[in-house]
Design a protein around this ligand. Structure first.
Ligand SMILES: C[S@@+](CC[C@H](N)C(=O)[O-])C[C@H]1O[C@@H](n2cnc3c(N)ncnc32)[C@H](O)[C@@H]1O
Length: 227
């Protein structure tokens, strides 16, 4: 019998969260700060944050780039895996979101004794990323900003990741609609169509070996296997 991803059972989510307990006090605090600042509560879900932290700790990156930081929830998950002396670079369009990210990551850095330098760049990510030195390699890129730019962010990642480095893109199931792009209209078509293009572009890129993890939102991951 063919089995669907995760079978969409909410009980599985509750099971995973109750067994793995992915939200510790620091992440809880960041979640609360996002809510109390009136920012949209669109950070990654609890288990998605855990996936990011597990991946980052396994990779032990020296340089992480996150595109779309909101208030630093996924940023902290990623930052915890960084090698001592490493760098976390966040790109965030909204001044208020960037400021909250800075504050939250600085608090977590001090409380957890993380040896990392944190750089949060405010503004359009594509414009800011264009300033990144061409020969400066990156170990991990997490894409979680405007969906229509995912393919452009992938181009940037492909150019700057070292071999063995990883690109991650969130929401790549397009809220379940990535399988029916031709039926969509307007903004939904643009947004979900862009996610579909991102998946297909990464899957077809011979520099990467890639997959889509069947998380609640779909988490696309590619490891760079050649330059
Ligand atoms: C889904 S939220 C990020 C959530 C965050 N990664 C987390 O899980 O904690 C998307 C963020 O991308 C930002 N964003 C949207 N378009 C952007 C752009 N063109 N450049 C930089 N950031 C952008 C939004 O302001 C928002 O804070």
């Amino acid at each position: 019998m063919e089995k669907g991803f995760g079978a969409g059972q909410i009980e599985l989510k509750h099971y995973a969260e109750s067994v793995f307990r992915p939200v510790d006090s620091a992440l809880e605090r960041i979640g609360q700060s996002i809510a109390s600042s009136g920012l949209p509560q669109i950070q990654v879900g609890p288990m998605d944050g855990r996936h990011l932290e597990v991946l980052s700790r396994a990779l032990a990156p020296s340089t992480i780039v996150e595109i779309g930081t909101l208030g630093g929830y996924s940023g902290l998950c990623l930052m915890r895996g960084i090698r001592p002396g490493g760098e976390f670079h966040g790109y965030e369009k909204s001044a208020a979101h960037a400021e909250l990210t800075r504050r939250n990551l600085q608090i977590a850095k001090e409380q957890e004794g993380l040896q990392v330098s944190i750089h949060i760049q405010e503004g359009e990510a594509l414009k800011a990323l264009a300033q990144w030195p061409r020969d400066r390699r990156v170990d991990l890129v997490f894409i979680d900003a405007d969906k229509v730019s995912y393919s452009a962010y992938l181009d940037w990642a492909a150019q700057h990741l070292r071999v063995g480095g990883v690109v991650l893109g969130d929401n790549t199931f397009g809220w379940g609609d990535v399988v029916r792009v031709p039926e969509l209209i307007g903004q939904a078509r643009d947004t979900v169509g862009a996610l579909d293009q991102f998946n297909r572009k990464l899957a077809a890129d011979s520099r990467f070996l890639s997959t889509i993890w069947p998380t609640a939102e779909g988490l696309t991951m590619g490891v760079k296997v050649r330059d």
